[in-house]
Design a protein around this ligand. Structure first.
Ligand SMILES: *Cc1c(COP(=O)(O)O)cnc(C)c1O
Length: 408
């Protein structure tokens, strides 16, 4: 009954961590929405960089510096091609999604006026709320919220009412990390552009599962973090359309981002370096590129098919547990299942699962407004990756059943 085109055993050999034990039990890692595990080709790419190439980039005339620069810029091109951005200089390498969103929100401070409006969705990660609230405090702009329905779907009629010529920026995640729902971003981008607003899409939770075509999507900004896509922590990307990146002022000042510095005046480097002050995470960039290669070798179609199989099976089985409610149980979603069991605290379920070697996340998942909406302290969230197996799924479901019977 269970079919996949992936050779999961072979794939799992690339991930040493998946073979370790936790609390005496073989690890079942279902916290992929928080961070994915790192395969050997990525670990090796980072190790090889430090063993053979390590030098500062864009600075030295010596061979190592040039090799390091070439590898870092090759990673940028790989990222550009993977996401089909029009130019490599539209890819800014950041420390991750949080840094990328802060860079954009900070830049808009000089472009906004009192009375301007910003639109966020009810389904956002704190990383796509707080930087914009800080921007509102600085500029006097107001923040409007696209409401969600009980099913976890964004209310597009309400959005139509909110968007108007005062709207300057709209920021929404592609996929909700708390619920796994894929948001109707194409529609949002079109409506926002019709009034001249810029759109930022937080893609941190989408890119492990699908590949957005940035030119087709037509968002003005798109962000992600490498560590959600089998890459290392501390590196990510901000994609920005050239016209917007030229309009925004630099975020941080320092080395790398300048053209000429005197005490009277400094001029800035061209894109992308204008936004990349200081020595970047060079090894991380190399690892990011290796992660994209790795994912593409496996293939995103096969990844989606396998993950969707896991999602359908796990959803079906969990629903048979009495009193269990899944939040965001809709068709159009990735393999993230957020749930609670009536009368039980999510933390207690998570703690018992951990004792069985099963890693899930419990809590608000950096999305307190969603938890407030449902009037719950948090959920248990199981998030699957392509390297998870059917056996792991069975152990997880049995684990939840056991935890529930122990707590009841
Ligand atoms: C993980 C995540 C973030 C934050 O990413 P960082 O790597 O911590 O900067 C933001 N938004 C979503 C949807 C996420 O899943």
């Amino acid at each position: 009954m269970y079919k996949t085109s992936l050779d999961i055993d072979q794939i799992r050999n690339d991930f040493p961590i998946l073979h370790r034990k936790v609390n005496g039990q073989p690890l079942v890692y279902l916290d992929n929405a928080a961070t994915s595990q790192t395969p050997l080709p990525v670990i090796d790419a980072i190790g090889d960089y430090y063993k053979h190439t390590n030098a500062n980039i864009h600075r030295g005339v010596h061979a190592l510096s040039q090799e390091a620069t070439d590898q870092y810029e090759a990673a940028r091109q790989k990222i550009q091609q993977h996401f089909n951005a029009a130019h490599a200089h539209e890819i800014i390498l950041t420390s991750g999604t949080t840094h990328a969103i802060n860079l954009v929100a900070n830049g808009f401070a000089s472009l906004l006026n009192q009375g301007d409006e910003l639109i966020v969705s009810a389904l956002e990660h704190h990383a796509n709320i707080v930087p914009w609230q800080m921007l509102c405090e600085r500029t006097g702009a107001t923040l409007k919220v696209i409401p969600m329905t009980d099913a976890g779907i964004l209310d597009m009629n309400a959005f139509s009412q909110l968007v108007n010529t005062r709207t300057k920026v709209v920021f929404v995640n592609h996929v909700s990390n708390a619920l796994g729902i894929i948001n109707p971003i194409e529609h949002i981008i079109e409506k926002a552009h019709a009034v001249g607003a810029a759109v930022l899409i937080d893609g941190a939770q989408a890119t492990p599962h699908l590949v957005p075509d940035l030119q087709k999507l037509n968002a003005d900004f798109y962000t992600t973090s490498a560590h959600k896509i089998c890459g290392p922590t501390g590196i990510g990307m901000l994609y920005g359309k050239e016209k917007w990146l030229r309009k925004l002022p630099p975020y941080q000042g320092g080395g790398e981002m300048i053209d000429q510095v005197t005490f009277e005046k400094t001029t800035y480097a061209d894109l992308p370096h204008k936004f990349e002050a200081g020595t970047p995470n060079i090894a991380g960039g190399v690892g990011f590129g290796a992660a994209i290669d790795y994912m593409n070798r496996i293939g995103f179609d096969a990844i989606a098919a396998h993950e969707n199989d896991l999602l359908q099976h796990a959803t079906e089985k969990l629903k048979q547990i009495e009193g269990l409610r899944i939040y965001g149980d809709v068709q159009n979603k990735v393999a993230v299942i957020s749930f609670n069991v009536e009368g039980l605290h999510p933390y207690d379920i998570g703690t018992l699962l951990d004792k069985m070697g099963i890693a899930v996340r419990t809590g608000h998942h950096c999305c307190q407004p969603i938890m407030d909406f449902y009037q719950i302290p948090g959920t248990v969230r199981a998030s699957f990756a392509f390297y998870n197996t059917h056996e792991e799924l069975e152990r997880f479901v049995t684990g939840v059943e056991k935890a529930v019977s122990m707590l009841r």
